[in-house]
Design a protein around this ligand. Structure first.
Ligand code: ZN
Length: 132
């Protein structure tokens, strides 16, 4: 199945099958589940969520799309404008995948915190040095 990329500002209410809608303004993408079940799949575009690459053949979404909340439980990749089906995950794998996501988020925000903390600490040391 082919997936075309369409740039939008607002997500349309009705999505067409085979189209990946991307709103750079709202940093999100949406498409209809590739299995044809009609479920709307939203994939936020953020460092801890999905990343989008536009190739001359079509869009690539990374990582894979796992529709565990949907009845169909489809799992596939959108790679260069093509849907590549992946194996369905067992509930154990789904739990593991979720843990992986949480871990990715934790590491990301930890790093931000540390960068932030480092800057705050420097500022604090500088203020102390003025008053000492
Ligand atoms: Zn589906």
């Amino acid at each position: 199945m082919k997936i075309d990329l369409e740039h939008v500002y607002y997500m349309p209410k009705e999505l067409k099958p085979g189209v990946l809608y991307v709103s750079k303004e709202f940093k999100t993408a949406a498409h209809l589940c590739a299995c044809g079940c009609g479920a709307k799949i939203r994939t936020p575009l953020a460092p801890t969520e999905w990343s989008l690459e536009e190739t001359d053949k079509g869009p690539t979404l990374h990582p894979s799309v796992g529709n565990w909340q949907q009845v169909c439980q489809s799992h596939y990749w959108i790679y260069r404008g093509e849907v590549k089906w992946s194996e369905k995950w067992t509930s154990g794998q789904i739990a593991g995948g979720r843990r992986g996501e949480e871990e990715r988020r934790r590491v990301y925000y930890d790093t931000l915190d540390r960068q932030h903390g480092g800057a705050m600490q420097k500022l604090w040391l500088w203020i102390k040095s003025i008053f000492n």
